[in-house]
Design a protein around this ligand. Structure first.
Ligand code: BGC
Length: 781
């Protein structure tokens, strides 16, 4: 017998005697499992299982049919190695899966929690963590493994169609809120995917747009939030974005996905693409974008061929496979968790109802119009949105909820009497308008796009007069909705002619009758307020507050809860005031390459490429530094009560400054206050720094009238640094730094100073723009 044959026979005999020797995930080491995999199995694992109903060539909101119908994606199972398929599902406002299943009478509704912008507007990391816990529980109990959230791209421009999913124009708010969300969700033993890494700040041509940004703006503004979450909350996964960044697809860029994310920030998890993002599967593998979702045969072939033809080192593939296996090992599905398919939806409805009130921002409240006085019993409810409340945005940020409480229903349940005639007329009007705006069902993307809002109904003067006589107050809701694929139009920022007329007419007639008018904004992104805010007595920005929205707003209007949200973005006077307004696609509709089949183009500004000329001057960093008038500043929000800040103090520790102050409720209602700590650097003129930058924030507990709380804020010394691109280092210039304690960026209540020593932390010189970006002149603006 020749030697090799003898060996094979011996090996076979050994296998029979000791059982199968094929390594099994969880029983054998990950390395052993990887070693046992064929090239084809590895290539299958790094691309997902594909998506039902789509050829795999289109940018779509994910939907699979196996395991958990309606989930966005699944990983490839390899039974012989004990590798199960695990489930990935959206999204930021709650789990997005199909609510019903064929041949099954049970329903699978999920709770629609408040949108990201509202959660951030709470400025309350503990509360966001609680909301995250509840969302994560639905992820777990519905048999999903990784939630494709949170989304924390910067609100660079008010018109970005996905701002509602995102948190803020400020990276510290974005990072801290996202970290709290991740901690909450992951406390259930399920994963998160922080997205979209990075620079997906516009939807127009999102799969082919090249964001051209300076290294400094990247480090200080656009990547900072991601850095905070990675370092503070250890998310299981990161989702790369669709766009190019300085000439390279983010999913194909090793500087971003490996050097910065892993080597510098210490990320230990796995990176996946956004759905059908990027083009070159080999480049994605090399970059450290471990998994391609939802996965196509073409990608599989590119990877197998890449290895066979020597363009992809199999060791690189092994590295990515290993990261995926390590993620799978952590999942409830791998660990055999027996999910119930019955999360406690009632308890979660209570969580969303309560948390939403803390993120609502009271913009105006003349003569304490709110809470509604006890004498207000009958309310005339105007605005189509009052009857058709918006729970959240569309696309993958949507949630298949069982219901949405309208403002009408919320007020009714709170004991108010609503004008019945108005209700009948509005409902008929909305039905007719919705019929007119019926979605085009032949367009498969239409189901993901927002339906145009009904045009406001005009109410004749005589009718208004009798309504003012018959009711104690007027409430008007203005609504806006948006979602992925499209940015908002400029007209969506402005009020329509009909909305303005409605506001004017109602205010004039009700004020003449001595009755108050309250405006509720049921919006997902910033709108124009400067031209009309003088007209009503009170304005409540309720955002899109989830499925209990009407109840949450009624809780605030009635005084059951005091609004304690503050703006995480600036409300400019005019759209053109936003620093990015000249470098953002405005009213572009024709350029969505949804098949991502085109070549990279460089010719059309703001579509093929977008220059971030405003650089680090995003939001209040721009408005406050250049003394621009705003309608409502960053950090702003009223309460039913008032707060006094006293005894500010700063103590120096080895690596941080610890700032403390006393916050006292000096008014008549219980309430919570958000305290903001800004830093103003000594070398602003020379080093081109913003007038102030937020470095920390805290929210008090609910304080009763007269009650005081000591608020403590920690400022790591390293956070005083700015990024010096020439030196490729974070640099603290020595000198005296002002620490500003504010109720908003424009309401600084106390000032302290610290003397900082020089410091310099060199980092990799990465992500350089290809050409020169013309930065907007400071002086000229
Ligand atoms: C979105 C992602 C989402 C994915 C899966 C994409 O269109 O950009 O945010 O997670 O779809 O549904």
């Amino acid at each position: 017998m020749n030697k090799p044959i003898a060996f094979i026979l011996l090996a076979a005999a050994a296998m029979t005697a000791c059982g199968p020797r094929v390594p099994q995930l969880g029983k054998s080491s990950v390395d052993e499992v990887v070693d046992a995999m064929t090239l084809e199995e590895k290539a299958r694992l790094v691309v997902g299982t594909g998506m039902a109903g789509f050829s795999g060539e289109n940018a779509v909101v994910g939907e699979t049919r196996n395991l958990v119908p309606g989930a966005a994606g699944t990983t490839y199972p390899i039974a012989r190695l004990g590798i199960p398929s695990v489930v990935l599902a959206d999204g930021p406002a709650g789990l997005r899966i199909n609510p019903t299943r064929e041949g099954d009478s049970q329903t699978y509704y999920c709770t629609h929690f408040p949108i990201g912008t509202l959660l951030a507007s709470t400025w309350d990391q503990e509360l966001v963590e609680k909301v995250g816990e509840a969302i994560g529980n639905e992820v777990l109990e519905y048999g999903t493994d990784v939630l494709l959230a949170p989304a924390l791209n910067i609100h660079r421009n008010p018109l970005c169609g996905r701002n509602f999913e995102y948190y803020s124009e400020d990276p510290v708010v974005s990072g801290k809120i996202a970290a709290a969300y991740v901690r909450g969700v992951q406390s259930n033993g399920v994963g998160t995917s922080i997205k979209h890494f990075a620079l997906n700040n516009q939807e127009t041509n999102r799969m082919a747009n090249d964001a051209r940004v300076s290294q400094r703006a990247l480090r200080e503004i656009y990547l900072k939030g991601f850095e905070i979450v990675v370092k503070e909350a250890d998310p299981w996964t990161v989702m790369s974005s669709y766009n190019y960044l300085n000439g390279v697809y983010t999913s194909e860029n090793p500087e971003l996905q490996s050097t910065m994310l892993r080597d510098e920030w210490g990320f230990r998890g796995m990176v996946m693409t956004d759905w059908f993002g990027g083009k070159d599967a080999v480049a994605q593998m090399i970059a450290g974008n471990d998994m391609l979702q939802p996965g196509t045969d073409k990608q599989y072939e590119m990877i197998v061929d890449g290895v066979k033809e020597g363009r992809l080192d199999e060791a690189v593939l092994d590295r990515n496979v290993k990261r995926i296996l390590e993620m799978i090992l952590r999942t409830p599905r791998f660990q055999g968790y027996r999910f119930s398919n019955k999360p406690d939806l009632e308890a979660h409805a209570a969580v969303t109802r309560r948390s939403a009130t803390d993120g609502m921002v009271l913009l105006k409240n003349d003569d304490a119009a709110l809470p509604l006085s006890e004498t207000v019993k009958r309310i005339a409810l105007f605005g189509c949105t009052s009857y058709d409340f918006i729970a959240g945005g569309t696309g993958s940020g949507n949630v298949n909820r069982a219901y949405t409480v309208s403002l009408l229903d919320g007020l009714k349940q709170a004991g108010y009497e609503l004008d019945g005639g108005l209700k009948t007329d509005y409902e008929a009007h909305i039905e007719a308008e919705n019929e007119r705006n019926r979605p085009d069902t032949t367009n498969r993307y239409a189901m993901f796009l927002p339906r145009p809002r009904p045009t406001e109904m005009m109410i004749p003067a005589a009718r208004l007069k009798s309504l003012a006589e018959a009711n104690d107050a007027a409430l008007i809701t203005l609504g806006r909705t948006s979602g992925e694929f499209l940015d908002r139009k400029k007209a969506d920022f402005e009020l329509t002619r009909e909305e303005k007329a409605l506001l004017d007419d109602v205010c004039r007639v009700f004020h003449a009758a001595g009755k108050k008018v309250v405006v509720v904004l049921n919006i997902g992104g910033v709108i124009e307020t400067a031209s009309w805010k003088g007209c009503p007595d009170a304005i409540l920005c309720a955002w899109q507050a989830g499925q209990e929205g009407g109840n949450s707003v009624a809780d605030v209007l009635s005084g059951k809860a005091s609004p304690s949200g503050k703006l995480t973005m600036t409300f400019p006077v005019r759209f053109s005031d936003a620093a990015s307004s000249a470098n953002f696609p405005i009213d572009v509709t024709a350029n969505m390459d949804i098949s991502n089949s085109g070549e990279k183009k460089n010719d059309v500004k703001n579509v093929d490429f977008t220059n971030y000329e405003e650089d680090i001057y995003v939001g209040y960093r721009y408005f406050d530094t250049f003394g621009k008038e705003v309608s409502y500043p960053f950090g702003y929000g009223l309460s039913y009560t008032t707060f006094e800040y006293a005894d500010p103090e700063v103590k120096e520790e080895k690596d941080a400054y610890v700032v403390s102050l006393q916050v006292t409720n000096t008014g008549k209602h219980a309430g919570k206050e958000v305290v903001q700590l800004y830093v103003s650097a000594p070398d602003r003129a020379v080093a081109n720094k913003p007038e102030k930058e937020l470095k920390a924030f805290a929210k008090t507990r609910e304080l009763q009238p007269g009650e005081t709380q000591t608020v403590t804020l920690k400022l790591p010394k390293a956070d005083l640094a700015s990024f010096d691109a020439a030196a490729s280092a974070w640099v603290v210039t020595p000198g005296s730094y002002d620490l500003l304690l504010g109720a908003s960026s424009r309401d600084i209540r106390a000032k302290l100073a610290v003397e900082a020593a020089e410091a310099k932390v060199p980092v990799h010189d990465l992500l350089k723009p290809e050409g020169k970006i013309d930065l907007l002149e400071r002086s000229g603006r």
